[in-house]
Design a protein around this ligand. Sequence first.
Ligand SMILES: *Cc1c(COP(=O)(O)O)cnc(C)c1O
Length: 486
Amino acid sequence: MKELNHDSKDTQTEGTKPWIKPAIVTVRGGLLNKFGGKLEAAWMDTIDNVPIATLLEQYGAPLFVVSEQRLRGNIQRIKRAFCTRYPSVVFGWSYKTNYLGAVSNIFHQEGSWAEVVSEFEYQKARSLGVPGPNILFNGPGKKPETLRQAVREGARIHIDHLDELYTLETITEELDTQLDVALRLNFDTGFTEPWSRFGFNVESGQAMDAAWRIAASEYLNLTGLHSHIGTFVTEPRAYTQQVRIMCNFMNEVESRTDCRIDYLDIGGGFASMNSLQGIYLPMEQVIPSIEQYAEAICDVLLELTHEREARGLKRPTLILETGRALVDDAEYLISTVIANKRLPDGKRAVVVDAGVSQLFTAFWYNHRVTPTRLLQGRPEETVIYGPLCMNIDVMRNNIMLPPVNVGDALVFSPVGAYNNTQWMQFIEYRPNVVLIDEAQNVSVIRQAENLEVVTSQECLPTHLAEPYPQGTPENPFSGDRSGRKP
Ligand SMILES: *Cc1c(COP(=O)(O)O)cnc(C)c1O
């Protein structure tokens, strides 16, 4: 332990040296972490060649920045990885991962369908022009009205439970229409915690019972099987096992009923290059590449569907609903430093203008934090707080950061997955989101909120419509000021 040497450069003004309460901090030697990895000392002052300073000047801080080039690069790479390994592949863009219209339309332009899980997401996909048959409709809470619309528009409905199956039987009977449907399955891969709350369980026979039920229906045809085994799945073998179980189930259904399966939808869940809290290895060692996932899936799928061709059947189309792995690294959150603080235990704190209400994923990731200039000075263990008046507003715990000044920008990344959907308007307005296109033009794709936007849905009942009481309210602090400064 030694007494902390405050770097007085930041706070010193001509002639005076402000007093700062001394504190004791642990000396941490060396600049490598215990795995020998480099600390986050790098800096960046542009995103896709656009200066960050210019972005902040024009669009304010905090600011979300999406890279169109990265989005297209990601979807093209995953398509190449799967389409070179399997003959029939479809991608469905997972709306809940990031349903900004501009982001969704980039994926749609690249050929992705829409994967939706609610009335809102269904309507959003339709409003963006996605035809019904190119919508994969998942989720445990589909409303009867939305199901009716989806049936009429030919969407691919992935049934989650028996009550939904009954509702679909009623709707198709009323409309006197035939409907192709898929069953959502759950099972134990041995590599992931089973998400047994979604769909029908395979091991218990529940899923086969549902298949029988559909086979007996006058109006429903079982043509697809779906499962989504988890999110941020870092073990490719989980997918190999998933494909095995789904192929076995497909064969069982086809041999015991007259159903013919056209597609296997294996959901999403591929991990992105983000640091989960509690994992200390470098992410490059933990996160498989897209090609490794593709190999783990396509090799076994090719093998297990080979004999179908001999029986004159087509191989099932493979559908993927990849979310976070496609979008996470294509978005940045630029924040600026509001204040430096010293906590009573000696730890250094920095307050920035973006909080967890905007960066929801700060609760489980250690996002990379990159300054926009070379920071001089000794890095020190720092906690980064957001601007919310809430104790939980921690943007980054335990990051080694050299001294920063008020007004410095700090870039959080990757932030593209689940933030522009799970963020909330809480205390602060949500900021602008801009897109940098492939010609490096910048456009706003979601405007910052203001008072009007945030209050637009509120209504004041007449007895509460009175403005703030007029006249001078009694001031408890008025009166005798003797003994005080004039
Ligand atoms: C959320 C979700 C996805 C996308 O998951 P990621 O982990 O972001 O890839 C895909 N399919 C379904 C059914 C989902 O609920």
